[in-house]
Ligand binder design. Structure first.
Ligand SMILES: [Cu+2]
Length: 157
């Protein structure tokens, strides 16, 4: 009787242990990435998100449509990058590292989303060996202003 009780409790105990040891391991977001056809670095960024456990649906638009969508969404021209993703009411513009997307969804600030303007060498999807130019991840507010959300230093070799 005692043996039977112990063995029936074991799966529960293991599940509790797994949850305790792996916080956030089950976190998986569903993104939609809007891009133009043939954008290799956009797809490389999508792969970076998928490798971290997220789902990324890809929708290809004509360049004009994509830019119109960005403008309509409130992304200033100066901050635009190659692709725009949507996730849980936020916009992710450009090569934003997955850890910042995760932090955004964790902290849920009042904002349009995150932006990495242009396409910095060494950002996720823009890998070039171990080289990285310094870049910032910006939190884009609804009024068009930005705040530094994260900073990535230069790296060489
Ligand atoms: Cu790109």
């Amino acid at each position: 009787m005692i043996t039977r009780t112990a063995s029936s409790l074991r799966p529960v105990w293991l599940a509790v242990l797994a949850i305790t040891l792996l916080p956030g391991a089950a976190f998986s977001a569903s993104l939609e990435m809007l891009t133009t056809g043939g954008c290799a670095c956009c797809h490389a960024w999508a792969r970076h998100l998928r490798e971290a456990g997220h789902e990324v649906a890809v929708k290809e638009l004509a360049m004009g449509q994509l830019i119109k969508m960005k403008l309509d969404a409130g992304i200033p021209t100066a901050l635009m990058a190659c692709h725009t993703a949507r996730v849980e009411g936020y916009l992710i513009e450009g090569h934003v590292p997955e850890r910042e997307v995760r932090r955004l969804l964790d902290e849920r600030p009042k904002a349009l989303g995150l932006v990495v303007p242009g396409m910095p060498v060494g950002s996720p999807g823009m890998e070039a060996g171990n080289k990285r130019e310094p870049y910032e991840v910006l939190l884009l507010k609804k009024d068009g202003s930005t705040e530094i959300f994260a900073r990535y230093d230069a790296q060489s070799e």
